[in-house]
Design a protein around this ligand. Sequence first.
Ligand SMILES: [Zn+2]
Length: 244
Amino acid sequence: MNRCAVLLALMLVAAPVLTQAMPASSIVGSLTVQPVSHATLALTSGETTIFVDPVGGGEAFAGLPGPDLILITDIHGDHLDPETVAAVAREGTAIVAPRSVAERLEGKGVKVLANGESIEAGGVSVEAVPMYNLTEERAQYHAKGRGNGYVVTVGGLRVYISGDTEDIPEMRALEGIDVAFVCMNLPYTMEVEKAADAVLEFKPRVVFPYHYRGQGGMSDLEKFRQIVSRDPEIDVRVLDWYPD
Ligand SMILES: [Zn+2]
């Protein structure tokens, strides 16, 4: 085989990985929202790329630019996978996480952020906000203070990533949110009714339901959309977060 034939053969072998289907993305202003799976997403704005809760192996991010910033919300396997973090982080990638997560990512230079703290990382301003269960029988899943939701400012937009939480007062009190990612699944987080009610209160311009598969299957996103439609100024965008 000559060199061209070898190269062609390599390209043919590599092609299925490079063209692996990603769910459809969505654009808000300068921001491109790329769902990857369940709680995992990529945000790009100009030259800046943020990965949130990267899991699923490096191949799940094929075709995306390397991240300037990785945000991790919590210790559970649908949010933290040290192997995926190692696979997608490049030289200079900032990693921001709560202490509980940093302890499981030893030696990777993680910037630890507690609820209420802020930092500039990867050229993005990041604020950690609380995420936790309110319902007593769900408290075992997410104790207050262990995980972080985030508010990041990127491309002039304030973006809220709920992490795994119920409709806590800190969520309801958020102000000036342009784009929100809000979880809704049982028994781990909350009912769509609670999620919708909180969204009506903090009024993001655009809301993406995410983390919506629970023990009983997919949450009723149509019901979520219906409730939120009481405020016509809130744009509900349903994307496919479960491509498999
Ligand atoms: Zn989760």
